[in-house]
Ligand binder design. Structure first.
Ligand SMILES: Nc1ncnc2c1ncn2[C@@H]1O[C@H](COP(=O)(O)OP(=O)(O)OP(=O)(O)O)[C@@H](O)[C@H]1O
Ligand SMILES: [Mg+2]
Length: 505
């Protein structure tokens, strides 16, 4: 605990000459302090013994300070010091592979983090002039997403759904896919691929869930490129409130240095609850669903910080995947509608689909990505361009087909095709596809390759076919990556390899 003082001293040797104040009352994790005149909003207040608070309510004769941890030990009459500093978190490459709390203190027992870099936990989002529109894809490795609702680096894409619909899994798979890309980038000679560093922010989850995520990342070799910022359900509401801002600050460091970062906020529903709790003890007036009136502003100032910087401003990006948990699929509740309106697209996950075995349980019809298709490669556009429409027709016809049996051949073909695409969109967790393999399987599907395969066998055949291409046509896969479009040469080679596979099967 005492290392907070060390942190303050290390980064801000000047910080000790600040004002002192006195605790008037303390309760529910909030201390009311008198005598701190020039304190700033969000300034760190030092209670001694490693206990730190955030000045959040600036009133005429007192300051309301939210204590981040250890509030039980604070006594009335105790003397506190303002630090003159806004809250900061250590940053840099040294953070990768680590699990920290929202103050940047290690939670993983791997010793101190060797870095002198810090970023303020809260800072204004970059101005419009410094930004540019997204142009580079953030490959999730999840076929359904990369094909129909592609995400671009710098975009904010919401993952929304009820409990246990696979929300976290989508985010973790995306992080795992970045680590796969990063490993390839390390050995590549062309220097074309830029690595993406991930920040996974756990808010209000059980400790065991966070441990499970860390284990999954470790087992899939992704922890090396990832920072986990965790404030669990047993941490104070203030820590949970801070967590996404801290995680953003860590991600921004990479963006500031011209690199690409990805931030996952799991989840903002729990974040909103923590903020509501904090606001209640600060006696702020509450509004709709008892949330404080500025909760929209809270989430918008968080998500505005994810962006794609222009070349002149270093060209770094911060992509975010906020997660929202809905109750019984109600996306029109207060917090979901807020976050929907702040983000550039939504991945809707549905319990029904999940239970039918369609996993990821993404509803293709209503999920959207408003900016990402600008970043999709030409090759992907060519094979995936029609898929969303085909699936929409399939769903419509499927309903219709239940009522009668005499369907024309065109409708039957459409339904059979839709069934197979739906099968291809099923994907087990922790198994992201490289983009070239996504292109190959969709190309094959669009050529009718799977039409003679029984629906139930579609995925098995996909696996075998991809394996075949990987072994026999490694150069072709590389060519798709390089060219980013389907040249006549690539198409000819694809036709050749499919024919070859079919003749063997
Ligand atoms: N594509 C998938 N294939 C197979 N199993 C999956 C898939 N996606 C998720 N699951 C399983 O479904 C369960 C719920 O997934 P997950 O924890 O990601 O959901 P969640 O929506 O984040 O849940 P919570 O509301 O508890 O946070 C997990 O046991 C996970 O292993
Ligand atoms: Mg989850």
């Amino acid at each position: 605990m005492a290392d907070i003082e060390a942190t303050i001293a290390q980064f801000h040797p000047e910080a000790h000459s600040e004002q002192t104040g006195r605790v008037m009352e303390v309760g529910d994790g909030v201390a009311r302090i008198e005598g701190l005149r020039n304190v700033r909003l969000n300034e760190m207040i030092n209670f001694g013994n490693g206990i730190i608070g955030l000045a959040l309510n600036l009133e005429e004769n007192s300051v309301g300070v939210v204590v981040l941890s250890g509030a039980e030990t604070i006594r009335e009459g105790q003397i506190v010091r303002s630090t003159g500093r806004l809250l900061e978190i250590p940053c840099g490459h040294a953070m990768l592979g680590r699990v920290v709390d929202p103050l940047g203190r290690p939670l993983d027992g791997k010793g101190p983090i060797e870095t002198t870099e810090v970023n303020p936990v809260e800072r204004p989002a970059p101005g419009i002039i410094g930004r540019q529109s997204v142009f580079s894809p953030l490959q999730t490795g999840i076929l359904a997403i990369d094909a129909v609702i592609p995400i671009g680096r710098g975009q904010r894409e919401l993952i929304i759904g009820d409990r246990a619909t696979g929300k976290t899994t989508i985010a973790i798979d995306t992080i795992i896919n970045q680590s796969r890309i990063n490993r390839e980038a390390e050995i590549a000679v062309d220097n074309q691929t830029h690595p993406v560093y991930s920040v996974y922010v756990a808010i209000g989850q059980r400790q065991s869930s966070v441990a499970q995520v860390v284990r999954a990342l470790e087992m899939n070799g992704a922890m090396k490129y990832t920072v986990v910022v965790a404030a669990t359900a047993s941490d104070s509401a203030a820590m949970q409130y801070l967590a996404p801002f801290s995680g953003t600050a860590v991600g921004e460091w990479f963006m500031d240095h011209g690199m690409d970062a990805l931030a996952v906020y799991d989840d903002l529903s729990k974040h909103a609850v923590a903020y509501r709790q904090m606001s209640l003890v600060l006696r702020r007036p509450s509004g709709r669903e008892a949330y404080p009136g500025d909760i929209f502003y809270l989430h918008s100032r968080l998500l505005e910080r994810s962006t794609c910087m222009s070349k002149g401003c270093g060209g770094g990006t911060l992509t975010s995947l906020p997660i929202i948990e809905t109750q019984n699929g109600d996306v029109s509740a207060y917090i979901p509608t807020n976050v929907i309106s702040i983000t550039d697209g939504q991945i809707y996950l549905e319990s029904d689909l999940f239970h039918q075995g369609i996993r990821p349980a993404m509803s293709v019809g209503i999920s959207v990505s408003r900016v990402g298709s600008a970043a999709q490669t030409k090759a992907m556009k060519e094979v995936a361009g029609k898929v969303k429409l085909e699936l929409a027709q399939y769903y419509e016809m499927k309903e219709f087909a239940q009522f009668g049996s005499d369907l024309d051949s065109k409708t039957v073909a459409l339904i059979e095709h839709g069934k197979r695409i739906t099968e291809l969109f099923k994907q087990v967790q922790y198994n992201p596809f490289p983009v070239e393999e996504e292109v190959v399987q969709l190309w094959a599907a669009q050529q009718g390759f799977f039409n003679n395969v029984p629906v139930a066998k579609t995925r098995e055949v996909r696996t075998k076919f991809l394996e075949f291409v990987r072994i026999r046509r490694k150069a072709l896969l590389q060519l798709i990556v390089q060219e980013k479009k389907l040249t006549p040469e690539i198409k000819a080679a694809l036709e050749e390899v499919t024919a070859e596979y079919q003749s063997m099967a």
